[in-house]
Unconditional design. Sequence first.
Length: 60
Amino acid sequence: NEATTEWLLNERKELDIRLGMTASKLDEIYNDANLPHHYGPLCLQIQTAIEALLKEVQGH
């Protein structure tokens, strides 16, 4: 979705919200039955990196 992409790339929006939305979008992709199996581990690696960034942004 082009509108979602624009919103996520908008630097005026709070980073933690953008990271959370990105994680949610990635979760949708990961759970898509049409996703080739070899992309699953990559999705999980990216998800872990996003979670680490989110914790850093939130000051944990």
